[in-house]
Ligand binder design. Structure first.
Ligand code: SAM
Length: 252
């Protein structure tokens, strides 16, 4: 088969560093009967070593040229789905799912939100993302990188940065550092309604330098909550955002 030319529009940066691939597999610790789904298998850098350890592996890939390449591996225990991971119906796979992947960076935010909305089917996830995105996912309040993504992820998942991966580990090399992140859905979240929570968090961070009183003007007033609205969004913990949202919900 002819050599595949990486497509920028599909965020294709292929892993070529055997030691990094080994470390990722060691982080996943695949067990024979895990229900594993790989997002964006590409040319199989992680797929082939995973297949050796599993009874069955599901993959979802958008690029039809790469689908043909994956089919040419002729592996009985590889189940290939062609399509867009952003529209993938996770409930049709055996659950609970473990989801892994060196993700296409251009769709990382919408993909994380799609996964958040499907967390009931998920056991855990191990992803490669831009290091800067992982830093935002794990950031705590009173930190410059703390923002909407930090709050949305930490309200629903245990989130941990595992290790950093340099650009040279990929072909073509991206311009930025990458990192492996581990995500596990929390057993219990105090959020009632994801979209209301998202609305409050989004409005709070819309103008980071302004006070919450200013950002939330059209949503709630100081009389309606015990959270001090003279603070800026980055000062509030995840639990305080949950309280703020339930105070907002009481009014509506
Ligand atoms: N796993 C391979 C590796 O590590 O070498 C490839 C990683 S590459 C960063 C991202 C992969 O995701 C590519 O194979 C790309 O075609 C695929 N991809 C991009 N957008 C996608 C989408 N919306 N749904 C499913 N796969 C997608």
């Amino acid at each position: 088969m002819a050599k595949h030319i990486a497509r920028k529009r599909f965020g294709q940066n292929f892993l070529v560093d055997a030691r990094i691939i080994e470390r990722i597999i060691a982080t996943i610790v695949p067990k024979k009967n895990d229900n594993l789904l790989e997002i964006g298998p590409g040319q199989g850098a992680m797929t082939l070593p995973l297949l050796e350890k599993l009874d069955q592996l599901h993959v979802i890939e958008i690029d039809t040229d790469l689908i043909a390449l994956l089919q040419s591996f002729d592996k009985d225990n590889l189940i290939i789905h062609q399509g867009d991971a952003l529209k993938f119906d996770f409930s049709k796979l055996p659950t609970p799912l473990r989801i892994v992947g060196n993700l296409p960076y251009n769709i990382s935010s919408p993909l994380l939100f799609h996964l958040l909305n499907n967390r009931e089917y998920i056991q855990d996830m191990i992803f490669m993302l831009q290091k800067e995105v992982v830093e935002r996912m794990v950031a705590k309040n009173n930190n410059k990188t703390y923002g909407r993504l930090s709050v949305m992820m930490q309200a629903f998942f245990e989130v941990e940065m595992i290790f950093v991966v340099p650009p040279e580990s990929f072909e073509p090399a991206p311009k930025v550092d990458s990192a492996i992140v581990y995500l596990k859905p929390l057993k219990k979240t105090l959020v009632n309604n994801v979209s209301t929570f998202e609305k409050v968090v989004k409005a709070s961070f819309a103008q980071r330098r302004k006070t919450l009183r200013n950002c939330l003007k059209s949503l709630l007033t100081q009389e309606q909550t015990n959270i001090d609205l003279s603070q800026r969004a980055e000062m509030l913990s995840v639990n305080e955002f949950i309280t703020l949202t339930s105070d907002y919900e009481k009014q509506h």
